[in-house]
Design a binder for this molecule. Structure first.
Ligand SMILES: [Zn+2]
Length: 524
């Protein structure tokens, strides 16, 4: 066999192996297991009817409250079925590997969102580093992009080296949320056992804990005894055998990290000691049996899961979802020349879509519409200076330049209570002399939609969303109805490519480069 043929054969084998691994991962990953009624079901379902899920390991049909039992996997609500959550996607591709990481966070700044984002960031950055590349977020890599919450398309199953993180919501009820992450890594030597973990929090500031945190400290062995009982009943271990005998307390907690709370009880998924190389096993334990072993946060999760109440996400302005643009690929929509009578309906759209934007306002317009200017700031958007009367600054005297900027700063401060920290020169026109005169960074754009020529909604959408790259700053005007009409599709298209939408300042971590600097896009 020639070297080339041999190489092709080995590549085919590796690809086939990768596909097989990917297939087996999806087959056993919970997110794809359809919910069985009774657990996480709408209140109309009778609470005691939990039939065995399809293909449930040959176990007989069971009643929810009978006892611990082996099940195919935890029940997932699916992020798309929980209103009010914010999907996140971090993806990267090099010649050597791909990364696709999905998770979902509550709106605004929450301890839960910060903890999950930090968890994912550590995993993806660590993977990129270990494979010889710094983390660089990419777009156009994953089907569905950032508009698909949890269990969206995966990236490039045939690329041998990859990291895939997917999420599912196990409970979202009242102020309690529980989210499961499955972190699967496939290296050149094959797949490692995926890490599976569930994270919980109660409210925006509530403490964040993992699945093991459902149980009171010291009760882990009792919970594992329930698991062992289910394994014996299912014939997975011999009668009288306890696979967890001699498990140290720390190791016991680690075994219980993937504990998924539902309406009828908890499904813990773990690798039974001695069988680590095989598929993990899921065991359902009814709340009745777990009651004595729950921690205080565990009791809170139980009450929420049992109640079946709808989720009450923390309230936060639509433009206020925190985004780290070194982790996610960012783009900024910018709106010039307002505020106008069209701006309130634009703000409605941005609120509904939870998309942040930057408004370069004219001082004269702010003086006419101070309430709208105040609403821009209250909604979490960035407001910045676009001069008073829209002159070409390079054609003015020094005194006129200072006057245009100062009057607008004053009008913005009077209407909103905040000081603008950047300026967009009308027509993008500036020179070194003008930039030296104004004590602010100058922000222009790299994507010009020319929406002021009224080319029609579709053209504006194509120009805005089609040409954007990570770091892009898109020029639009909230003075044209077609632009307002285009914004929902622009947001959809950018998110489906994988972008997170942030203010210009947030592309720079909240602080733009210093005075006199000319900025046309974010860090790249
Ligand atoms: Zn303008």
């Amino acid at each position: 066999m020639g070297a080339a043929t041999e190489r092709r054969r080995r590549t085919r084998t590796a690809v086939a192996a990768a596909i097989a691994i990917a297939a087996s991962l999806s087959a056993c990953d919970s997110a794809l297991v359809p919910p069985f009624s009774g657990e996480s079901a709408p209140p109309t379902a009778p609470p005691s009817s939990a039939p065995a899920a399809p293909g449930s390991e040959g176990a007989p049909p069971v009643v929810a409250d009978r006892g611990p039992r082996v099940v195919p996997g935890p029940v997932a609500l699916g992020g798309d079925r929980v209103a009010g959550l914010v999907p996140r996607l971090a993806a990267m591709r090099t010649d050597g590997f791909v990364v696709s990481a999905r998770w979902t966070v509550p709106p605004g700044t929450t301890a839960f969102g910060e903890a999950l984002t930090a968890r994912v960031a550590a995993a993806v950055r660590g993977f990129a580093d270990a494979n010889g590349a710094g983390w660089t977020p990419g777009v156009d890599l994953v089907a569905g992009g950032a508009s698909t919450p949890c269990s969206g398309g995966s990236a490039f199953a045939v690329t041998p080296t990859r990291l895939s993180i997917d999420c599912s919501i196990v409970v979202a009820s009242g102020t309690v949320i529980g989210e499961r992450l499955v972190i699967a890594e496939i290296g050149p030597d094959g797949a490692a056992q995926p890490a599976r973990e569930v994270w919980y929090a109660d409210g925006a500031d509530g403490g964040v804990h993992d699945g093991a945190g459902l149980y009171a400290a010291g009760s882990e062995k009792r919970v594992l005894a329930l698991v062992a009982e289910a394994l014996r009943a299912a014939g997975r271990v011999d009668t009288g055998e306890d696979p967890f005998a001699g498990t140290a307390p720390e190791a016991a907690r680690a075994l219980l990290v993937d504990s998924a709370a539902g309406g009828a009880g908890v499904v813990v998924t773990l690798a039974v000691p001695g069988t680590e190389r095989s598929r993990p096993t899921s065991v359902h334990m009814p709340w009745r049996l777990l009651e004595p072993f729950l921690s205080e946060p565990g009791a809170t999760v139980r009450s929420a899961a049992v109640s079946g109440d709808p989720y009450e996400p923390p309230s936060a302005p639509g433009g206020d979802d925190p985004v780290d643009c070194t982790l996610l690929p960012c783009a900024s929509l910018t709106f010039d020349d307002g505020p106008t009578s069209l701006t309130p309906s634009l703000l409605d759209v941005l609120d509904r879509e939870r998309a942040a934007a930057t408004f370069y306002v004219q001082g004269s317009s702010v003086a006419r519409n101070p309430g709208t200017a105040a609403r821009i700031v209250a909604a979490g958007h960035e407001i910045a200076n676009h001069t008073w009367a829209h002159p070409n600054l390079t054609k003015l005297t020094d005194e006129q330049v200072r006057d245009e900027v100062r009057r607008t700063q004053d009008a913005i401060a009077a209407a909103t209570g905040v000081r603008a920290t950047s300026l967009r020169p009308p027509y993008g026109a500036s020179n070194a002399k003008v930039r030296e005169l104004v004590a602010l960074p100058f922000v222009v754009w790299d994507i010009d939609t020319r929406d002021w020529q009224d080319p029609g909604v579709d053209v504006v959408v194509d120009r805005a969303a089609g040409g954007a790259a990570p770091g892009s700053i898109v020029l639009l005007h909230d003075t044209h109805q077609d632009t307002i009409d285009a914004v929902p599709s622009i947001i959809d298209r950018l998110r489906s490519r994988g972008f997170a939408l942030v203010s210009v300042a947030d592309q720079f971590g909240g602080a733009l480069p210093g005075r006199g600097v000319l900025v046309s896009h974010g860090p790249r």
